[in-house]
Design a protein around this ligand. Structure first.
Ligand SMILES: [Fe+2]
Length: 391
């Protein structure tokens, strides 16, 4: 869900003639969710959006998932991973996943191919670097700290800006990804208690038109990947309007909600998908009751696996665990977790946490992808007791 937006040239009334300079008709395409019963946009193409001249198999990167067994909390060090493919789509390495969501990581310097995820929406968090995301709706300039929400089946490509490599943390849903419904009025306006609002969301502002013939589009879909070859350039949209389009939101625009005593994780929520949520922890004043304990209590999120990705600052509750920037902690449902020994005492009297982390909580267990297995430090599970199994 996003609010109504209008870009480029559209006719005054929907489903009426919209003519090109040569007198021919533009092709109107409705892109809509939930079978014409939810958000949609109307796009006006120079060419025919359904045209293809070839289709062949795209062998996806390794999508193998391995159960988290024996069941333990894990520390995955994403900055230790190596990347052969240098682009933000083909170079993604799968870290964690289940039937609802897959999390992958890429470090890239080269543009991706044209790409479309037909499985679900993507939320790509930019840890470092900057890029242009070129889409059929127009371009988005994105950089460090941005969440880039790309609706299902949006044709787009990533073009890193150069300089520092682009580090992207891709959360690929099997569903849609949207602001939590409790932040919205029944008609979809952000409510006063929401930690962000319409002004914080950046959408395309003008059409992106390109010329080309026989262009390849890499399509990820249920059961694998396909490369479609389209006769004309897919960026042929002269205008569109509606409530369904890609947009960016920067984590620094999230206004944290704080309290006298510890606030539960839902106050940190930023997006929701089916069977998972995305939350973020941002620099903030902390609990100000005179006897408050600013770090979290131990908790058994019995219905969730919790994935925390540490992107900036210093994460108070994990001090002494080896976790640092670029780390993931995986706290599986079925096992309690909480501060490292000494962290609760150490936090007493602290007034500000300078920490930035992106959290995904899933309501079904997560399995480990090849990059999750490759980056596991193998020691984190014993960090609360201070000793592991005898060697
Ligand atoms: Fe937690």
């Amino acid at each position: 869900m996003t609010f109504y937006r209008q870009v480029g040239s559209i006719p005054p009334k929907r489903h009426t003639q919209h003519r090109r300079p040569d007198g021919g008709l533009y092709a109107e395409e409705l892109v809509g969710e939930e079978g014409f019963s939810s958000d949609s946009s109307l796009l006006y193409h120079r060419g025919i959006p359904s045209s293809i001249v070839d289709a062949r198999t795209w062998e996806l990167p390794d999508q193998t998932l391995t159960a988290n067994a024996p069941l333990v909390p894990r520390h995955l060090r994403l900055h230790d991973l190596e990347f052969k493919e240098a682009d933000p789509v083909l170079g993604r390495r799968l870290v964690l996943g289940n039937a609802d969501v897959r999390i992958s990581y890429a470090v890239s310097t080269a543009p991706s191919p044209y790409y479309r995820n037909a499985t679900g929406d993507e939320c790509v968090y930019i840890e470092r670097g900057s890029a242009t995301v070129e889409t059929v709706f127009g371009a988005l300039a994105v950089g460090r700290g941005d969440y880039v929400i790309i609706p299902r089946a949006t044709t787009h490509r990533w073009v890193p800006a150069g300089g520092e490599p682009l580090r992207t943390y891709a959360i690929e849903a099997s569903s849609h990804i949207a602001p939590p419904s409790r932040y919205l009025s029944r008609y979809g306006q952000f409510l006063e208690h929401s930690p962000y609002c319409e002004r914080d969301l950046r959408g395309p502002v003008e059409p992106l038109l390109a010329e080309g013939t026989d262009v390849e589009i890499y399509v990820k879909h249920r059961g694998g990947g396909t490369i479609h070859v389209v006769p004309e350039h897919p960026f042929d949209v002269v205008g569109w309007d509606g409530c369904l389009y890609p947009y960016a939101f920067n984590i620094a625009d999230f206004e944290p909600i704080t309290g006298r005593v510890h606030q539960p994780p839902p106050v940190h929520q930023v997006f929701a998908g089916q069977n998972f949520v995305i939350c973020n922890f941002v620099p903030r004043k902390v609990d100000y009751h005179p006897l408050a304990v600013p770090v979290p209590y131990y908790h058994s999120n019995v219905d969730s696996d919790e994935v925390m990705f540490y992107v900036d600052g210093d994460y108070e509750a994990r001090k002494g665990s080896g976790i640092g920037l670029g780390s993931i902690s995986l706290h599986p449902g079925g096992h309690p977790h909480g501060p490292q020994p000494g962290a609760a005492e150490g936090s007493l009297g602290v007034e500000f946490f300078d920490e930035t982390a992106v959290m995904v909580d899933t309501f079904r267990p997560l399995d480990l992808g090849e990059a999750g297995l490759a980056s596991d430090d193998g020691r984190y599970a014993w960090s609360w007791s201070g000793r592991g199994p005898a060697a």
